[in-house]
Design a protein around this ligand. Structure first.
Ligand SMILES: [Zn+2]
Length: 280
């Protein structure tokens, strides 16, 4: 992810079909080439174009949903993380159905799909912005901070699930395409066993099962893990996907303790505003 590389888009259209985690409905996503400076734009079946930026976030309960004029696309965060992580700057994302398919609960299948499409370089320079001041978001026991860092984007994440087998976990990672693909993208969605009845009664996680999520119990996990610290890695994946909603690539160091989609999106909003100050 060089600072002065050209912008990219997907080299050819690709599609993927699968069940949505929350709706349980079959959904189809197509990635289509886009022009320089278009960014990531979701296009719904009803023909509404929703730019993938923080101001279009309409819900952050157990996932990040974008909406505009009555149309909405849910569960965008893993796809957004993959697009940012492997370096896709501009793409149109056509969505049939209410949300982005859960796949295996991680971003690995999105990385593969983008790999199958290939990246095309566009005749426009990628402008990686530099954060010039600290940005803080605090919400109860969760907080997130972005601070200046000249070298690239790095993420530091801490979670505390003391009452479960996951316990306290921390992760620090300076983001590269390779590290994203190997160390964050494969980390799967999880839920705490004690939260499951409440999720179901709220009508969430209808499509959730052992093929696209794992459960974290007091004493044990529901099955084998891909990483010993898969929980915090998935939180870092979600953080990156939500941060991508600042709509710009930027250099900065991001710290997040007990992150939620709510604090992640607030941080994306605040970073977007801070980066915008420099353009004026
Ligand atoms: Zn997630």
């Amino acid at each position: 992810m060089g600072r002065h590389a050209e912008q990219t888009t997907v080299a050819r259209p690709v599609s993927k079909e699968g069940v949505g985690l929350h709706s349980g409905e079959n959904c189809i996503v197509s990635l289509l080439p886009a022009e320089p400076d278009a960014g990531v734009v979701f296009a719904t079946e009803s023909g509404v174009a929703i730019p993938a930026t923080a101001e279009f976030v309409v819900d952050t309960e157990r996932g990040t949903r974008l909406g505009r004029g009555g149309a909405a696309v849910g569960s965008v965060e893993h796809l957004m993380a993959a697009l940012y992580g492997v370096g896709v700057d501009n793409v149109r994302v056509d969505v049939e159905g209410p949300e982005i398919p859960a796949c295996d609960g991680s971003a690995a299948e999105w990385v593969s799909l983008i790999g199958a499409a290939g990246l095309a370089k566009l005749q426009a320079r990628r402008n990686v912005r530099r954060l010039r001041r600290d940005v803080w978001v605090v919400a109860g026991a969760s907080w997130a901070v972005a601070s200046p860092d000249g070298q690239g984007l790095s993420l530091a994440v801490g979670v505390n699930y003391n009452e479960t087998v996951a316990g306290q976990q921390t992760l620090w990672l300076r983001l590269t395409q390779r590290r994203f693909a190997r160390e964050l993208a494969p980390a799967r969605t999880f839920a705490l066993v004690k939260e499951l009845p409440a999720l179901r009664s709220q009508g969430l996680a209808r499509g959730g099962d052992g093929s696209n999520a794992f459960a974290v119990g007091e004493e044990e996990y529901s099955g084998p893990l891909r990483f010993e610290d898969e929980v915090v890695r998935h939180k870092a994946l979600d953080l990156l996907g939500d941060l991508a909603l600042c709509g710009r690539r930027f250099c900065g160091h991001v710290w997040a303790v007990r992150p939620s989609h709510g604090t992640n999106v607030e941080l994306a909003r605040a970073v977007r505003a801070a980066l915008g100050e420099e353009e004026g």
